[in-house]
Design a protein around this ligand. Structure first.
Ligand code: HEC
Ligand code: HEC
Length: 345
């Protein structure tokens, strides 16, 4: 494992106990610690990064099938900070790694799985729209279920492709105790809840499962340094760490030299990235760190809005880099400001 000795130590001690080698759950714990804990928390408690839900929540786990979890990990929730981590999305995790993580997450389930996935839910989407506003679902999940400052999305194509109507209805009825998602059973009638399920279902569009080719990061100064030779930006960082999107855009427009380092999983970069940025996922930084210049500013960014870019910042700082910063508001604010972005490799 690449980030810190602690992960290596964990994997060694796991394989040292018993002659059989680590179990799927033990292997999954090591993978989880490196790739998932930065956002979903060490104990799967959630919210180490905005909207990264509580994976240990028993109401969630009693509804989430293994197939639901596997697809969420492989394909992610495109357009949100949840990356696609599987081989199909050029991700770092093999199918076997994904199965191990599912086994580890599953080990937190404390109540039996609920057999709701074959349920037929009746409802009228247009009526659901009125309930959505009246019950203030929009305040947390956004006007169109796109997610917001408080809660994850419920309109994502991959969520809707893998969550049954029974999953959605039961999530609304029970909520997620211990989080801000209350249960609406008794608060709303069954007909209203059915109308909400129909509304959420009406947001479904087909998923894009086109496989991405495998990816290994590289660094090329001529390709990846913007405004090469343009001289450094002059700015002061917040907390010796953060720089805002407006300051970065202004410095680029002034012709200042810098590297925009996209620290997210590669699938996110393909979906959309800052024009001129280089894809160096936080877990693969060690592969190219020796090629990075210490005398050119490196702005690390991610989408969450600055959790995994913060890991890259810390690793660079440890390696002696000083001209480094974290993009404070993250990629999605850069994009919503209308600043230049590109899609594809
Ligand atoms: C960069 C932060 C980040 C990392 C790292 C991350 N996630 Fe997520 N994850 C999120 C966010 C945010 C969401 C909610 C996305 C949305 O709005 O739909 C999410 C959603 C999910 C969901 C879907 C939950 C649901 O109810 O729909 C699962 C399952 C999940 N993550 C598991 C994982 C696993 C396992 C890993 C490690 C392989 C991981 N995540 C890594 C941020 C992250
Ligand atoms: C106060 C904020 C808040 C309100 C209001 C709210 N939710 Fe949620 N909702 C959340 C959070 C946070 C989660 C994720 C909790 C977790 O598991 O960590 C969630 C989860 C869900 C899920 C499960 C999503 C998934 O990926 O598993 C559904 C479906 C849902 N909400 C629908 C609704 C509906 C419908 C309403 C209105 C009746 C509503 N919510 C109102 C905060 C809210």
């Amino acid at each position: 494992m690449r980030f810190a000795g602690v992960f290596v130590a964990a994997s060694l001690s796991l394989s040292a106990c018993g002659g059989e080698g680590p179990t799927a759950k033990e292997r999954g714990a090591v993978t989880y610690a490196e790739y998932c804990a930065p956002c979903h928390g060490q104990e799967l408690e959630g919210y180490a990064a905005d909207n990264a839900n509580a994976l240990s929540n028993s109401n969630f786990l009693s509804l989430a099938t293994d197939a639901f979890l596997r697809d969420a990990i492989v394909y992610g929730r495109p357009g949100t900070p949840m990356s696609g981590w599987g081989e199909a999305r050029a991700g770092p995790l093999s199918d076997a790694d994904v199965d191990d993580v599912v086994a580890f997450v599953r080990s937190y389930q404390a109540t039996p799985s609920q057999e709701v996935h074959g349920d037929t839910v009746e409802g009228i989407a247009t009526k659901g729209q009125a309930v959505w506003s009246a019950a203030k679902c929009d305040e947390c999940h956004g006007d169109f279920g796109q997610g917001g400052a408080i809660a994850l999305s419920v309109n994502n194509p991959w969520f809707l492709a893998t969550a049954s109507d029974g999953y959605v209805r039961q999530s609304i009825r029970e909520g997620r105790p211990g989080t801000s998602m209350q249960g609406f059973e008794g608060v709303l009638g069954e007909i209203e809840i059915g109308d909400l399920v129909a509304l959420i279902r009406s947001w479904q569009v087909p998923v894009d499962d086109t496989p991405l080719p495998p990816f290994t990061p590289t660094f090329d100064p001529n390709r990846d340094i913007q405004n090469l030779g343009g001289g450094p930006p002059s700015w002061s960082l917040k907390d010796d760490r953060f720089i805002g999107v407006d300051a970065v855009k202004a410095a680029l427009d002034e012709g200042r030299e810098m590297i925009m380092l996209d620290a997210r999983a590669h699938s996110d970069y393909v979906d959309g990235h800052v024009t001129g940025s280089v894809s160096i996922p936080f877990y693969d930084l060690d592969l190219v760190i020796d090629a990075l210049p210490k005398d050119v500013w490196i702005i690390n960014y991610c989408g969450c809005p600055h959790t995994v870019s913060g890991l890259s910042f810390d690793a660079l700082a440890t390696a002696g880099f000083t001209n480094i910063a974290v993009l404070d508001e993250g990629y999605y604010v850069w994009e919503s400001q209308g600043y230049p972005t590109n899609q594809g490799e």
